[in-house]
Design a protein around this ligand. Sequence first.
Ligand SMILES: [Zn+2]
Length: 268
Amino acid sequence: MIMPKENVIVLGDIDKQLLGLTDQHIHYLTNDNAVRAVQASSKPQMGIHQQMCTAFETLRQGAETVGLELKIASGFRSFDRQLQIWNNKFIGNTAIKKTNGETVDISRLSDWQIIEAILLYSALPGASRHHWGCDIDVYAPNLLASGESLQLEPWEYQESGPMEKLSTWLTQHAADFGFYLPYDCYRGGVAEEPWHLSFAPLAKQYQATFTLKALHDCLLNSDIAGKAVIIDNLTEIAQRYINNTNTSDLSLIQSHQKLTKQNRTTHG
Ligand SMILES: [Zn+2]
């Protein structure tokens, strides 16, 4: 309908981008999420992939036509930022949440049980889709009552929650703009995340480039808490928390088909 999906190319060092070791592919947004250049002096907060700016703006405008003020709660995150989140949760500085919003008591858990508890909502550094820049957590501030703040918890996006209208719209229309929900439901790994959007043309390229070897080497050289147990269980972590996302989305399939067709035309 809108996006020239087959024309989006990942530029630069994709291996470093994949692991969150660079922000060379990122465009930083101003505080109001408007896609425009920021002053070097103002500290950039929210970043998205340079090749996704137009697509995001089109999505934002699409949401606006039905009265939804689409904003990004979380965009690009570096390896170091994800490492900080991870380590704070592992050592108990930051609460680890369950699906129902309750805090996990980690005092009697083994390292592996803590790792499983963290992975429900927080990715392993080096394996976060937020490293890619083409994945964003979204909300609509105009759906919040005054004084109400967003927790990014599932109930908020479910029936009778403040973000229900946004969630319904995203489920029905995100694909029209090239976006999809990789965590549309619980698959035994990451919890359902109705706020997390992936821009398919870019995400599928990052996903295809991911290797366990690169992640393994990156983590081995990092100061990650729980390192030994993580390294020992990396294959299972990848199966449960990294590779099993929603791939049934139409926009993924359609753009893939287009590419395949194009390749056949070019080379055949
Ligand atoms: Zn997210």
